[in-house]
Design a protein around this ligand. Structure first.
Ligand SMILES: Cc1ncc(COP(=O)(O)O)c(C=O)c1O
Length: 391
């Protein structure tokens, strides 16, 4: 298979039209190999994953495949399938609720976080709101979109839950900054990272990692919470004391009901897909796209366009603030030119506030299968729109 950027487009049936799909941070395109694996499952397997069935075996194979893909210290019996990252993060908060003492616990999130990572921790802290102070913190962002750990003079939190890569700026936070906060339990929302770079190296110092299948070339309806075995066992012991031996604890105990085997099969195929493309190809191409896109968008400064966040550890995910235009108007005009972007608060209210863009932005998000020609076409279309669309 051809790995030239033009060649890679053929792997995605949805790339066949004339338009440009520039909304990969919302959902990536589905490659043929993932569609094929899922179709095969539907045609030849389906059925309930009772133990012993082929569906049960495929589910466990998928768990193993996902653990390998996460890499580092991840083991299959630490992989819990969920509907998506949002549910995975809620489960992470449930586990923290079980294993920590509400009377003393302190939780930190950051201003960079997607609502899916902010809400469950805020909810977990609510009962304490009137009881005591010092239980829920939000680490600020600089206007460059980086964690402002220097404005973090507070004591070591029990939990730090934050996104690794922002869905607004495409910036990946520095692991060193995360270490400075030094939480007892570290939860990473890696939803925007999984399709772009390997995360295995961070598993030893991380306790839980959440992500969604549909942002890494897999289907919707499947996500993952990877949780260190020790933490899972501690949660299980408190949840079901004496009911089930801790050593027998299975990740499926946290999966509640019949699992989405079709989704798990699709996610395993998506892991295969990413590995067959190779991190080097993905990272080189995406770095080049990010570089060009950032540069070209910065040139639109004269037209009242501001790219949110600095040039720092960037993926080709860029959100724009307009001085003279409404993002929804620009979004509609680009869609009329068959360029699919996303506008609004991107389910990320706090980062937009931190970046002085409280009314929302327009996001362009690309991946390795896009080309520099796509970047030029997007920028040309954007210039036209800014000239022709009424502010
Ligand atoms: C950083 C981040 N975390 C979590 C989510 C939630 O993902 P999902 O809607 O698949 O649960 C998103 C979705 O955009 C995201 O970008």
């Amino acid at each position: 298979m051809s790995k030239t950027p033009k060649g890679t487009k053929r792997w995605f049936p949805k790339h066949s039209g004339k338009g440009i799909y520039a909304d990969t941070a919302a959902s990536s395109l589905l490659p043929c190999s993932v569609i094929k694996a899922m179709t095969q499952f539907l045609n030849q397997v389906s059925g309930n994953p009772h133990s012993g069935s082929q569906a049960a075996k495929l589910l466990e194979d998928a768990r193993e495949r996902v653990a390998q893909f996460i890499g580092g210290t991840a083991q299959p019996n630490e992989v819990i399938f969920t509907h998506n990252a949002t549910q995975a993060l809620r489960l992470a908060a449930e586990i923290v609720d079980i294993v920590t003492d509400p009377a003393t616990r302190s939780i930190a999130v950051t201003q960079a976080d997607h609502d899916a990572n902010f809400n469950p921790w805020e909810v977990l802290s609510e009962p304490l709101m009137y009881a005591r102070t010092g239980y829920f913190y939000q680490i600020p962002l600089t206007t460059d979109g980086l964690l402002d750990v220097e404005r973090w003079p507070l004591p070591r939190p029990d939990v730090l839950a934050l996104n690794l890569t922002s869905n607004v700026t495409g910036i990946t936070q520095d692991v060193q900054d995360i270490r400075t906060v030094n939480p007892r339990i570290l939860v990473l929302d890696a939803t925007q990272a999984m399709a772009h770079f390997p995360i295995g190296l961070i598993t030893p110092s991380t306790d839980m990692i959440a992500f969604s299948g549909h942002k890494m070339y897999g289907p919707t309806g499947i996500g993952v919470l990877w949780c260190k075995r020790k933490l899972l066992e501690a949660a299980w012991e408190k949840l079901r004391p004496g009911v089930q031996g801790v050593k027998l604890m299975q990740p499926s105990f946290f999966e509640y009901g019949t699992p989405n085997v079709l989704g798990a099969v699709g996610l395993a195929a998506a892991c295969d897909f990413i590995q067959s493309v190779g991190w080097e190809t993905i990272q080189n191409q995406e770095h080049m796209l990010a570089d060009r896109l950032y540069e070209e968008l910065c040139h639109l400064n004269n037209s009242g366009v501001e790219v949110l966040g600095a040039w720092h550890n960037r993926l080709p995910i860029m959100s724009l603030k307009f001085k003279h235009h409404n993002p929804a108007g620009v979004w509609t005009a680009l869609a009329a030119r068959a360029i699919r972007t996303r506008c609004g608060l991107l389910c990320a209210v706090n980062p937009h506030e931190a970046l002085n863009c409280p009314l929302g932005s327009l996001r362009i998000s690309l991946a390795f299968h896009h080309t520099l020609d796509d970047v030029s076409r997007i920028v040309v279309a954007l210039k036209e729109v800014l000239k022709n669309v009424n502010p």
